[in-house]
Design a protein around this ligand. Structure first.
Ligand code: IPE
Ligand code: IPE
Ligand code: MG
Length: 245
């Protein structure tokens, strides 16, 4: 825990430039309390607001939150409907709330999966925050890492077909530059609460050298600033080598 560290130790804590969070465990949280899954999503959405503001405050440059995967559509219709309703509500609030925050909102995922009004709302939020100079908040919604890489591969294949690029000349950056995270640094730290030790299709390409912190003693709706600090402390103690020595 960061709490209880002396000043010297605190100075050794390095704040990751880019944090990814797989916001998992809403359903189990609700079940434990005898509530419908939707109640977990609602509390989870509020947690997301709180953690976003805190990350911005401590100097995180990029925060990517995984809110809905390309696979989550297979859930019961009423659950999907409720999540979309929450997302819409959040986007509407972000329009007024974020005018006071120096946060730029960027959307990761396939917008075509949404209704037209939601698509327009997303565009509006992106547009109205695009000149902010503080933290970039990436909201991954209808996002899948495989889907994202496939999209990039298709674009490159089209270019090759037109003769604009030679297959043998395709570089790693040709793929990176066609992802939703174009021009952004890769995530340094990826946090997953809820006790699941897997990636679930999150930032597959970008996480090649990310540090994972899986937390099995906390579900997302209970996650707070102290838990974020615990994860950052654990990250600070890792020795990142990127294949070197
Ligand atoms: C994460 O919580 C939110 C979404 C995937 C939309 P879950 O809904 O997956 O919660 P659990 O994993 O079932 O507890
Ligand atoms: C990953 O969680 C997606 C989000 C948190 C948005 P899931 O709950 O969908 O993942 P699995 O099914 O446990 O792998
Ligand atoms: Mg889950």
């Amino acid at each position: 825990m960061v709490k209880g560290l002396d000043d010297r130790q605190k100075q050794e804590i390095s704040i990751p430039r880019h944090i990814g969070i797989i916001m998992d465990g809403n359903g189990r949280w609700a079940k434990k309390k005898g509530l419908p899954r939707s109640a977990g999503h609602k509390v989870g959405a509020n947690k997301f607001r709180e953690i976003t503001k805190h990350c911005s405050k401590i100097g995180v440059e990029y925060l990517t939150v995984y809110a809905f995967s390309t696979e989550n559509w297979k859930r019961p219709k009423d659950e999907v409907w409720f999540i979309m309703k929450l997302f819409k509500q959040y986007m509407n609030e972000a329009l007024s709330d974020f005018s006071y925050e120096n946060i730029r909102v960027n959307f990761l995922g396939d917008k075509n999966g949404f209704t037209e009004d939601l698509r327009n709302l997303i565009d509006k939020v992106e547009e109205s925050t695009k000149n902010k100079t503080g933290m970039t908040l990436n909201i991954a919604m209808n996002y899948g890492g495989r889907d994202e890489i496939l999209k990039a591969v298709k674009e490159i294949a089209m270019e090759a077909q037109k003769g604009a690029i030679l297959p043998n000349d395709i570089k790693i950056s040709d793929i990176s530059d066609r992802l939703y995270t174009k021009n952004q640094p890769d995530p340094d730290l990826i946090i997953r609460p809820s006790g699941e030790y897997r990636i679930s299709n999150f930032l597959l390409w970008q996480s090649a050298y990310s540090e994972y912190v899986f937390m099995d003693d906390i579900l997302w709706p209970d996650f707070n600033v102290k838990d974020l600090e615990r994860a950052i402390e654990e990250y600070s103690n890792r020795n990142r080598r990127f294949g070197g020595v």
